[in-house]
Write a protein that binds this ligand. Structure first.
Ligand code: SAJ
Length: 439
């Protein structure tokens, strides 16, 4: 029986290996696009017919990928999409890019991983490589994905097929670091698995970083995002300390950031949003709990970050109080529903938590966000205010929660009676200004 490793290695070298990407979201579609643009025919597989139909019509639905790129790849027959996992019987290389969210309980939701692995398993064959990309706890690839892929076959990992963990490092909206030029870690179950991954991914990506196991790769990704979440928690607590000390936290951070070494700037805010930073560290703490270890830094940072929406509402309430107004019945205009500037993503956005809490205290809440024309908050459908200037003038308090670049400090200061600035969006114009309260 011919050596699967040699067969697959040769196919990759000769650009004859056929590739599929399972999951065509903000990670999978860019990955499929980059490989297809490197001349590798890619089949995208997704359960959502809307996504697959759009790709097959040559349309993108991911802001980071222009429609023209998809259209061009369709014309060159380098990209196609399907809902049918059966195509995998003729595929050599499969990247799995499915979501790894949290359940309402805060525990990992592994259903997407399990579902994907179970749908791939019937089509596993000799000479195949599977790269798993979703951020997850150390051990997932070996303990959960591997058994699912080999449940109904006698394929031997590292001999008949090859299994790797390679964390996605997509930062939506970012232009300088992209799927293609961001260094890519690959950690295989065996050395041959890692070698296949290096040969495979270097066909389309600029820099491949091999590591000794999937666990190292899984843990590296969690370190990246846990580092960020904990440091954001630390500056959020610093903001609360500076408030007690009556010291301007933004000036403190700017001053500390002049240190050319041994310091990395983070800034406080109304909470922690996004699909990665608030989520990934909980995969780590959850796994450690099963090993009877408490990840104290993660738990503490999470507690502080989760409390920031409530702290922000208290700032708004106190600011109104200084103008002898109660929060109850006051018009509060929230600027920015997205979780970070100049994108349309609201996942885990703290703005939603702040608006929810404001409504619980019977404030009259409106919002403006140029990227999010409408949103659902609990049972309420809200629309971004049409006339921003009028809304600024009408509001008893304007709360800047996401500093989209369209918000001009001079306009906000001219039109607003009272501003709570949680992002230092006003800069120095907001300092020592009687109608501005800064986080
Ligand atoms: N945030 C702060 N203070 C900061 C930085 C962020 O409050 O100093 C808040 C943001 O407002 C947001 C949340 O944290 O609500 C997350 O922001 P983020 O800048 O980390 O953006 P994300 O969630 O898009 O994170 C992604 C991640 N990319 C991947 O997981 C592949 C993360 O690893 C990147 O470091 C980050 O982009 C980035 O650097 O932009």
């Amino acid at each position: 029986m011919e050596d699967s490793f040699e067969i697959l290695k040769n196919k990759i070298e000769k650009n004859e290996a056929r590739m599929a990407v399972v999951g065509l979201g903000y990670v999978g579609l860019p990955l499929a696009t980059v490989f297809a643009e490197a001349g590798y025919p890619v089949t995208g597989i997704d359960l959502d017919p809307i996504k697959t139909e759009k790709v097959n019509r040559g349309e993108s639905y991911i802001p980071d990928i222009e429609t023209a790129r998809i259209r061009k790849l369709r014309e060159k027959k380098l990209l196609q999409a399907t809902n049918d996992f059966g195509v995998l019987k003729d595929i050599d290389l499969v990247s799995i890019c499915v979501p790894t969210p949290l359940r309402k309980t805060g525990d990992p939701d592994l259903s997407f991983i399990i579902n994907a692995a179970e749908k791939i398993a019937p089509f596993m064959h000799r000479g195949m490589a599977v790269a798993f990309e979703s951020s997850t706890y150390p051990g997932t690839t070996r303990e959960l994905v591997l058994p699912k892929l080999t449940a109904d076959n006698s394929l031997r990992v590292g001999e008949d097929f090859f299994l790797i963990f390679s964390p996605e490092r997509i930062d939506p909206g970012r232009k300088d670091w992209t799927t293609k030029n961001t260094p890519k870690i690959v950690g295989g179950i065996s050395e041959k698995c890692t070698e296949i991954a290096v040969r495979w991914y270097e066909k389309a990506l600029d820099t491949i970083i091999p590591v000794s196991s999937p666990e190292v790769a899984e843990m590296a990704k969690l370190l990246e995002n846990t580092f960020r979440m904990i440091n954001i928690g630390m500056v959020n607590e610093l903001a609360m300390m500076c408030n007690r000390l009556n010291v301007d936290v933004w000036e403190v951070i700017e001053a500390a950031a002049t240190k050319p070494f041994g310091f990395m700037k983070f800034t406080p805010g109304p909470g922690l949003g996004g699909h990665c930073i608030p989520v990934d560290p909980h995969y780590l703490s959850w796994k450690l709990k099963s090993l009877h270890y408490t990840a104290r830094f993660i738990d503490l940072a999470s507690e502080i970050n989760t409390n920031m929406p409530r702290y922000t509402v208290q700032l708004i309430q106190d600011a109104l109080n200084l103008q002898k107004k109660s929060l109850n019945g006051s018009q509060v205009l929230v600027l920015g529903a997205a979780y970070k500037p100049d994108i349309d993503d609201m996942r885990e956005s703290p703005s939603l938590d702040v608006m929810h809490l404001l409504m619980q205290k019977n404030a009259v809440v409106h919002y403006h966000d140029p990227y999010i024309p409408t949103l659902r908050l609990d049972d309420t459908i809200m629309n971004s205010v049409a006339d921003l200037n009028q809304a600024l003038t009408d509001a008893d308090c304007v709360a800047i929660l996401t500093n989209h670049s369209c918000y001009k400090p001079e306009v906000l200061l001219e039109k607003s009676r009272l501003i709570v600035d949680t992002r230092n969006a006003l800069g120095n114009a907001g300092k020592n200004n009687p109608k501005v309260v800064r986080l």
